[in-house]
Ligand binder design. Structure first.
Ligand SMILES: [Zn+2]
Ligand SMILES: [Zn+2]
Length: 256
């Protein structure tokens, strides 16, 4: 069984709304949008791995602050697993000794607090007891959807994406999948913005689910709703009446 916990599940930040970060078994984070807002220091120290869907700020913002909190407090580095473009972005644009110190070399190059570990998009890799599989999705930067599997139970996360294909092939092929997390960012009136920025609206989500998902009986939860449009998004998603589809909530815990 996988213990899945929502640290943050919105596409932006306001009081009570945190950006995307999910915690698996207290040890493995998917995206780093809310690590330091959601976890007290003892729990933050338990996070050994972070898997990133892409380099956008709302998904990586917890990494530099976490590194600063944990420097000197851990024996082993926190391993950050990310696609090659995302690793490159973190090295050049975040941990570059200008925006933030290079915590991949601090407190010492031989015992740093963070280790950046690129994964091959489209392939599987192991992290402790988990097998993680990625597929490229449709977003302005290199971005992936993920399946995380442990001992025969799996969950899938779409990452930030507009209408996409390979992710659905991966999802449809998984008999072990229990939980499917799908992004839905903007209301239907902002469909042009959603298309241009690689996101889904409720209408686009309905097309994706009804036309591309062939795997029945999944628990489907929507996330990455933009906080500025929450009321409208709740109304539009409610009106879809899609079976098995609910909106993910901050702090929610789901046994997968
Ligand atoms: Zn995002
Ligand atoms: Zn994004």
């Amino acid at each position: 069984m996988i213990d899945f916990e929502v640290l943050g599940c919105h596409g932006g930040e306001l009081p009570g709304r945190r950006t995307t970060s999910f915690l698996i078994d207290g040890k493995l984070a998917i995206d780093a949008g809310a690590l330091c807002e959601a976890l007290e220091l003892p729990r933050l120290l338990e996070v050994d791995h972070v898997v990133l869907t892409h380099s956008h700020f709302d998904h990586v913002k917890g990494l530099p602050l976490m590194a600063d909190l944990l420097v000197g407090a851990r024996d082993e580095p926190v391993v950050v697993h990310a696609s090659p473009d995302c690793v490159d972005c973190l090295r050049r644009d975040v941990f570059n000794d200008r925006l933030w110190p290079d915590f991949t070399r601090l407190p010492s190059p031989s015992r740093p607090v963070l280790r950046l570990e690129p994964f091959t998009v489209g392939k599987s890799f192991s992290v402790g007891p988990y097998t993680i599989t990625s597929r490229l999705v449709n977003h302005p930067v290199e971005a992936v959807g993920l399946v995380v599997e442990k001992a025969g139970s799996a969950l899938a996360v779409s990452g930030d994406t507009g209408p996409t294909e390979a992710f659905w092939e991966m999802v449809n092929g998984r008999r072990d999948l229990r939980l499917l997390l799908l992004e839905t960012s903007f209301p239907d009136a902002l469909a042009d913005l959603a298309r241009a920025s690689g996101h889904l609206t409720p209408a686009a989500l309905e097309r994706e689910v009804s036309e591309k998902l062939t795997r029945p009986g999944l628990d489907i939860r929507l996330y990455h709703l933009k906080p500025a449009y929450l009321d409208l998004l709740y109304r539009e998603i409610g009106a879809l009446n899609l079976p098995g589809v609910r909106i993910l909530e901050t702090g929610q815990k789901i046994a997968v």
